[in-house]
Ligand binder design. Structure first.
Ligand code: G3I
Length: 328
């Protein structure tokens, strides 16, 4: 059985997995990360709050590069693409920025410095980044989520961050990433307007649709329509953060065969839709974790058990894994 997720895609696009530095250099993880996948994304280790640890007395940013360095080296040693996640996100703001008492201009200068420092350090090593994550409000009435970045840098802060990134390294592919894209047409419409605005200034290369979905929602037609609307734009498509919930109704205490097959079908549909995208627009499908017990959807966060990934707790392939292969 020599077929893997990676080999089955025939290098037409990256198959990514969310990793943490703490789970590398553990044989069972390494075997699957390097055998099955062609790209990694840090689930948390490349977020701003993980890297930007303070501001010193002279106003310079204090960095902890240890985990991001280790992951970049790991990728290099194992010929894995790196998709960076994420430069700017309202849920990963360093305390020193949260409490920053300088002027708005000084705040903005720190953001520019941060983006420039990250891009300079990893030049040629991180292929793409989610520059801004989840900036669009869920409320149908407003465009932007009200974040510290909006308050400090103004309504055009997203464009400013993309411009800082482009200026820092024009070879890095710049992505915007957000959730509920497949079924919330209003929110998606706002993202697509942002994409047009950024494209007009050559500031964006791709869009990530976060794929935190259910085995029975949204519909295949909804995912197809959302994908078609994105494919109509001149950007790369990333199906990011894929996991498939099977227990939203909390009717399971273990993964049943029936629900497992429904999940397999779901993964197959998602991969089929992605695979049908024109070749020059396919960037990656990234699963949000390796195995079911690594998921962020643990009962403590989620209120109920879930089995949303492609491998089970024993590192064995699930039916959902077969669904991925079938989708190709
Ligand atoms: O590592 C610490 C640990 O030392 C500490 O004891 C523990 C106590 O809370 O926290 C641990 O950190 C947690 C970290 O995950 C690693 O497990 C953080 O509290 C927790 O907030 C963090 O959650 C992550 C979340 O983003 C927030 O950053 C999830 O793992 C991660 O899957 C999730 O990913 C996001 C994407 O970045 C953006 N899209 C939505 C997606 C799901 O929320």
């Amino acid at each position: 059985d020599d077929i893997t997720l990676k080999s089955a895609t025939e290098n037409n696009f990256f198959v990514g997995v969310a990793v943490s530095e703490a789970r590398t250099n553990i044989t069972a993880y390494d075997d699957l990360y390097t055998r099955e996948f062609s790209s990694i994304t840090a689930e948390n280790d490349m977020k701003m709050a993980s890297i930007f640890t303070g501001i010193d007395g002279s106003g310079n940013i204090i960095y902890d590069w240890s985990k991001i360095d280790a992951l970049v080296a790991y990728a290099e040693a194992n010929s894995l693409n790196v998709h960076g996640h994420t430069l700017i996100w309202h849920r990963s703001i360093p305390e020193a920025l949260e409490n920053f008492s300088g002027t708005d201009q000084e705040f903005e200068d720190l953001i520019e410095q941060y983006i420039t420092d990250v891009f300079t350090r990893y030049q040629g090593k991180i292929n793409s980044w989610d520059v801004v994550n989840e900036a669009i409000d869920d409320d149908a009435g407003t465009q932007w989520r009200n974040t510290l970045f909006l308050q400090r840098m103004g309504d055009d802060y997203v464009e400013k961050c993309f411009a800082f990134a482009r200026a820092a390294d024009s070879n890095v592919k710049l992505f915007y990433n957000d959730y509920n894209m497949t079924f919330d047409g209003t929110k998606r419409g706002k993202v697509l307007v942002l994409v047009d605005d950024l494209l007009a200034n050559n500031l964006i290369d791709g869009v990530g649709y976060q794929m935190h979905i259910d085995y029975n929602f949204p519909s295949r037609e909804q995912i197809q329509e959302a994908t078609d609307e994105l494919v109509a734009k001149d950007v790369l498509v990333h199906f990011a953060e894929l996991d498939v919930k099977v227990n939203a109704a909390n009717d399971l205490t273990e993964l049943t065969e029936e629900r497992s097959q429904a999940q397999r079908q779901r993964v197959r549909e998602v991969v089929e839709i992605f695979n049908a995208i024109p070749q020059n627009k396919k960037y990656a499908i990234t699963v949000w974790g390796l195995k079911d017990d690594d998921t962020w959807l643990i009962p403590e966060n989620n209120g109920r058990p879930e089995w949303p990934l492609l491998f089970d707790a024993s590192f064995d392939k699930k039916s959902a894994y077969q669904g991925f292969l079938e989708g190709l």
